[in-house]
Design a protein around this ligand. Structure first.
Ligand code: NAD
Length: 498
């Protein structure tokens, strides 16, 4: 598809600089800061969105000065960001905005210095908690103790937000001691993806889909988030969590909410989040017969490089799942009777995140059954190749009578919109939203709790039964039981394709 210069120009001209801000990144030397947050901020700087007098303050445990931290940021941008952009003069200008303070989240070191730095007036103040969750409460408490938890402060909290309902409630209560809900930005980076917002644009910006968006016309909906990587170096953390806590309770649940929610009256934070919350609260409990858990096996000829799950996490008896597939229903007027199938796993055949809406067959074929019948399938790809495809039934070209085939109407954003179409990474978009004070794409406390309230009984059920995940081959699409679960319902998973 040809590039669209008009669209690209329009997008460039629409970069609206945000207000002057100070962003403190607790954990500024960590993996997330180096891989995502700092390269993302640099890209916004290059795009002209970050004001030149913005200040980014790395705050972490290591002792180092501004200059050493700037060197670390430079290397991170070259390694994880855009190496070409890093060769421009922008990088030095960006680094001039960077500061560093060695700080102890659990003690007093560094806080007086941070307080002095943040003493100015009239700027947005944001504090990004890019540290382990055990430090979230300590940071909130110290921000208040040192006078920084005032009305203009915003905090950004990374996942995981609790490991069950009780811990999420505790964390919400702790943060609420120091900050109002409108100051708390709980990150789910899936919500920052371009396609996820496009999901709302497609649903609520077109007349075409919404009238069909219900159980009368939709046969079922699938949400798949497949990864090719294993647990890697995160084995110890992951084994305490598993796919349900790490992926389903947050990312897949958020996607489910956006696909299933009622149209909010306005595109504003509480209107959207109220509708998402109603979806979570309407989810049926999941019967354990509708859950398949799996653990990936070693790659047969390459076991050293790609060990099996249990070896990777160092526990030969681990019962944690690296794959989960489940079926659920939403008990409301719109969706009663339409199953939602969720699936996510590691070491699968391809890296692919996709939402698929499978419509029902036409009620009657005027062409006769021999012409073949197809279902319209709308698929929304989050990664890779973000885009939307709609399968449409047409006549097979050529002589020989009327035979029907399915052809895709395909819009891959990178092709339709040029490079600009997918250039804003989820983290950069979300950080700019924090600075703008827009919470629409962040989870509210009650949403997170409702999600855990639905997830907890599922986890408790397999813990009570000492459920052992089924082994599955690396590079496959999970245990055969997952395919079987669909087959029993007369359906099949959409192929996981890169
Ligand atoms: P990391 O271990 O690489 O970095 C931790 C950072 O916290 C370091 O900068 C360290 O100096 C700092 N720190 C630790 N103890 C401290 C203390 N007492 N006082 C001050 N600073 C202290 O961790 P990470 O991978 O960057 O993850 C950070 C957070 O982001 C975690 O909550 C993680 O779950 C979440 N997260 C990470 C990723 C990722 O890709 N890395 C993805 C999603 C969410």
């Amino acid at each position: 598809m040809a590039q669209r210069p008009d669209v690209m120009e329009r997008m460039k001209s629409r970069v609206i600089p945000v207000d002057p801000f100070d962003l403190v990144i607790f954990g500024g030397t960590g993996d997330l800061a180096r891989r995502k947050i700092l390269p993302g901020l640099f890209r916004r700087f290059c795009a002209g969105q970050m004001p030149g007098d913005a200040r980014i303050v790395g705050a972490a445990r290591s002792e180092m000065d501004n200059s050493a931290f700037r060197d670390m940021v430079r290397e991170a941008i070259i390694e994880f960001g855009d190496a070409d952009a890093a060769a421009t003069s922008h990088l030095d200008d960006f680094l001039a905005c960077i500061h560093y303070i060695a700080i102890d989240a659990k003690g007093d070191q560094g806080w007086a210095e941070l307080q002095t730095l943040m003493a100015g007036e009239g700027r947005v103040e944001a504090y990004y908690f890019s540290v382990g969750p055990s430090l979230f409460g300590d940071l909130a408490e110290r921000l208040q103790k040192w006078g920084m938890a005032d009305e203009k402060a915003r905090i950004v909290v990374e996942k995981p937000f609790g490991r069950d309902l009780a811990t999420a409630q505790d964390l919400n209560a702790t943060l609420a001691t120091y900050f109002d809900e409108h100051q708390i930005y709980r990150i789910d980076h899936y919500l920052g993806k371009e396609t996820v917002q496009n999901l709302m644009a497609v649903r609520f910006g077109n007349m075409l889909f919404e009238p069909l968006w219900n159980s009368q016309y939709v046969d079922h909906i699938q949400i798949t988030v497949a990864e090719t990587v294993g647990v890697g170096g995160r084995g110890e953390y992951y084994d305490k969590s598993g796919a349900m806590r790490d992926m389903v309770q947050n990312h897949l649940m958020q996607l489910l909410c956006l696909i299933a929610m009622e149209p909010p009256a306005r595109f504003d934070p509480d209107a959207v989040r109220d509708e998402k919350l109603k979806v979570i609260r309407a989810l049926d409990p999941v019967d354990h017969h509708h859950v398949v858990r799996g653990q990936y096996q070693a790659e047969p000829l390459n076991e050293a490089a790609h060990p099996g799950y249990r070896t990777a996490v160092g526990d030969a008896r681990s019962r944690t799942e690296s794959f989960i597939a489940l079926k659920t229903h939403i008990s409301n007027w719109r969706w009663a009777g339409t199953p939602f199938y969720l699936r996510t796993g590691k070491r699968m055949s391809a890296r692919s995140s996709e939402i698929t809406v499978v419509f029902k067959e036409t009620p009657h074929s005027i062409f006769g059954e021999e012409a073949g019948r197809h279902r319209n399938v709308l698929s929304i790809r989050l990664q890779p190749n973000e885009g939307i495809t709609l399968g449409v039934t047409i006549k097979e070209p050529g002589p020989g009578g009327m035979r029907l085939i399915d052809v895709p109407l395909d819009m891959t954003f990178a092709e339709a919109l040029g490079d600009e179409g997918d250039q804003v990474d989820a983290y950069e978009r979300l950080i700019m939203d924090v600075i703008r004070g827009n919470q629409t794409l962040f989870m509210r406390g009650d949403e997170v709790e409702a999600a855990w309230a639905w997830t907890d009984p599922i986890i408790e059920s397999w813990e009570a039964r000492h459920d052992v995940p089924k082994p599955y081959e690396s590079g496959s699409d999970g245990p055969t039981d997952s395919i079987e679960m669909m087959r029993r319902d007369g359906r099949q998973w959409r192929e996981v394709s890169p």
